[in-house]
Design a protein around this ligand. Structure first.
Ligand SMILES: Nc1nc2c(ncn2[C@@H]2O[C@H](COP(=O)(O)OP(=O)(O)OP(=O)(O)O)[C@@H](O)[C@H]2O)c(=O)[nH]1
Ligand SMILES: [Mg+2]
Length: 243
């Protein structure tokens, strides 16, 4: 029996915790207004004999360092390197949501894009061409409704393909302006020399060019071995805050 880790990333309110609860049977609090995931929660599920450790990351609009939530999600994906990052998108606002998906793909190709709230999209007459999006992004894309338990089997099958390595992603890589690309090319060897080849050098270089000091601080802390990532198994509402 193989064990894999799956991190649930996505914009706030896209149904990450609903999906997390459905798969793990745990009771991470969900809700439009009442609950927001504030710390990372952890649970477990099984599919086709494989055991998956599910990590529910806080909802974020980006992986830049605008908030503690963004830093937590970013650090988890970069340093913990889950076997699969599951990016949960809201089918009714794909354009905004895809921004985060693109950032995740700049860090890792071990990703599955999960378009949730497909029921709401249908009601609005939104038709989503999954094949075209998947081809463009270079990773599997699945449409689901977590609340109505639609598309879950297909999602789990795609997760398995990425987790086991049966599918190797060719993630879309954005090409920036000549100046930025030159900067990235200059920085990549220095980044690799400093942090090793285990980390996403291109993405780190890009963030450094953008003056992302928080990432630099995290990198330093991580390299000193002092950075700890705390996840918590949840059974009650202990992982949420009410606003
Ligand atoms: N219609 C519909 N609503 C859904 C679906 N999945 C989740 N929701 C609802 O969307 C709202 C937000 O769900 P959550 O699971 O809390 O979202 P989240 O992504 O964990 O939110 P944060 O932790 O704040 O980032 C809740 O009211 C859910 O019931 C779905 O497939 N269809
Ligand atoms: Mg949540």
């Amino acid at each position: 029996m193989s064990h894999y880790t799956v991190a649930f990333a996505g914009n706030p309110n896209t149904g990450k915790s609903t999906l997390f609860n459905l798969l793990t049977g745990l009771r991470q609090h969900t809700g439009n207004w009442a609950g927001k995931t504030v710390i990372t929660a952890e649970g477990e599920f099984t599919h086709n004999q494989h055991v998956y450790r599910a990590v529910d990351l806080p909802g974020t609009y980006s992986l830049y360092s605008n908030s503690a939530d963004e830093e937590a999600a970013r650090d988890y994906i970069i340093f913990e390197q889950p076997d699969v990052t599951l990016v949960v998108l809201d089918a009714t606002s794909l354009e905004r949501n895809l921004n985060l998906a693109l950032q995740v793909l700049e860090i890792t190709g071990r990703a599955v894009i999960c378009i949730n709230l497909i029921d709401e999209a249908k009601k609005l007459g939104i038709d989503i061409n999954l094949k075209a999006i998947s081809k463009r992004l270079g990773v599997p894309v699945v449409a689901i409704s977590a609340r109505n338990e639609i598309g879950i089997e297909a999602l789990l099958n795609q997760l398995e393909r990425v987790a086991t390595g049966a599918f190797t992603g060719k993630p879309l890589q954005i090409t920036y302006s000549e100046d930025i690309e030159r900067g990235i090319a200059e920085l990549i060897p220095l980044v690799e020399q400093t942090v090793g080849s285990r980390y996403p050098a291109r993405w780190i270089a890009l963030r450094l060019l953008d003056g992302d000091n928080s990432l630099l601080t995290s990198l330093k802390a991580h390299m000193r071995g002092s950075k700890r990532y705390e996840t918590k198994e949840v059974a009650g509402h202990g992982v949420t805050a009410c606003h």
